[in-house]
Ligand binder design. Structure first.
Ligand code: FEO
Length: 392
């Protein structure tokens, strides 16, 4: 037998990447990841949904050596962690045809050198027969590139979603099953890092999924969701326009002045009934910061002034905030300086895409004095008022 059956005539193949700790040289992977592929067998034809990251191609091809025939290779997403082994699979099955979205066609050609004669574009809603069952293609764009599609197998109620609903989690479990809390945490981290920039499009795609009689959601990272309601409800919460009554205070400090401002702000916010996530950027991984931004009603970055600008760790955090576009209602900067104070202005200029109200910064020259601490308290007042006004 090859792979494990997750639904009648659907086998999970692929690779568990237990050791990887950095995805795309960018995203921390505290728990590794997996590259899932699914073999769908019909009475007349067989389809393979997605492949694996090329460094795992050998093991994947060994799994496929037990597959007698392959008619279709479904590419839901052109990114290399799912499509990188397409050339090797096509070499193994010379008659197989790649089914993908129209936008994926030039991507698979340019990124992987796939022969265009092997590519066939499918349309939103198109059905491809495997004999006694069909695969229906569903456009789910920007999950996480513009070309992404999902595929539905109506007879089994299985929806293949690639990155959507995925989690970076290396585990022997093929379904969430008994470890739902762990998968939920990993899925939230995954949403934060990969899909949050497309929040409104994610919401629309979740609505599309809601309209389907789905019994199992099978993403191409992490375990499959055998209780779809749980992950759908979580996504609906993460993608709504209403964040939580929570402030993220993410700071870095060199000589304790910025730390003193941040700690005062944390205390002042808690006193005013605002929940706080306090993150010291010197020791916090960016995935944790990304996750905290999902629920943040407010974002406050703290930085000392290094030469004439913000600390590099604060710059990295600002770039992340700008890229992920969290749904926070307001934002601010606190910080310190020795002799010149342009750090806040430079840092704010790095976040032009953050659609939040900017509150006035609080900057102290060296260690905060009473007037600086009073300004921090006033900032806490303003944040609490914005949260109340939005009923967070
Ligand atoms: Fe898992 Fe966007 O690739």
């Amino acid at each position: 037998m090859y792979g494990r059956e997750i639904a009648p005539g659907v086998r999970a193949l692929g690779a568990v990447d237990w050791d990887n700790r950095l995805f795309d040289s960018l995203i921390p992977l505290p728990d590794g990841t997996s590259y899932n592929s699914f073999l769908v067998e019909g009475s007349e034809r067989t389809a393979l949904v997605d492949t694996v990251e090329p460094s795992h191609a050998d093991g994947f091809l060994a799994q496929l050596s037990k597959v007698p025939r392959l008619d279709y290779l479904v590419s839901l997403h052109a990114e290399q962690d799912h499509s990188g082994s397409i050339p090797a699979v096509l070499a193994r099955f010379p008659a197989a045809q790649v089914l993908c979205s129209a936008k994926a066609v030039p991507m698979l050609e340019s990124l992987l050198g796939v022969d265009p004669a092997r590519l066939r574009a499918v349309a939103d809603g198109e059905e491809v027969s495997l004999g006694d069952r069909t695969l229906r293609f569903i456009a789910t764009p920007w999950m996480h590139w513009p070309e992404t599609f999902s595929a539905f197998l109506p007879d089994a109620g299985v929806l293949f979603t690639c990155d959507l609903f995925g989690s970076h989690l290396a585990t022997s479990e093929i379904c969430c099953g008994g470890d739902a809390a762990r998968v939920h945490e990993a899925a939230k981290r995954y949403y934060a890092e990969i899909l949050m920039p497309f929040r409104k499009l994610v919401r629309k795609n979740v609505e599309k999924v809601r309209a389907l009689p789905v019994r199992l959601i099978a993403p191409s990272h992490g375990p499959a969701h055998d209780r779809p309601e749980s992950i759908l409800a979580a996504y609906e919460e993460w993608t709504s326009d209403t964040p939580k009554n929570r402030a993220v205070v993410a700071f870095v400090s060199m000589h304790q002045s910025t730390r003193a401002l941040a700690d005062r702000l944390v205390e002042a916010l808690v006193t005013r009934g605002v929940g706080v996530e306090r993150l010291n950027l010197a020791v916090t991984d960016v995935g944790k910061l990304a996750m905290s931004l999902v629920d943040a009603g407010s974002i406050v970055l703290g930085t000392p002034t290094v030469l004439n600008g913000p600390h590099p760790s604060a710059v990295y955090a600002a770039c992340l905030v700008n890229a992920l576009k969290p749904r926070a209602v307001c934002a601010a900067i606190v910080g310190s300086y020795g002799w010149k104070g342009r750090a806040a202005e430079v840092l704010q200029s790095l976040m032009p895409d953050l659609e939040a109200e900017w509150l006035p910064p609080v900057l102290s020259q060296g260690l905060p004095r009473p007037a600086d601490l009073a300004a921090v308290d006033a900032l806490a007042d303003a944040i609490a008022a914005r949260h109340r006004a939005r009923a967070l």
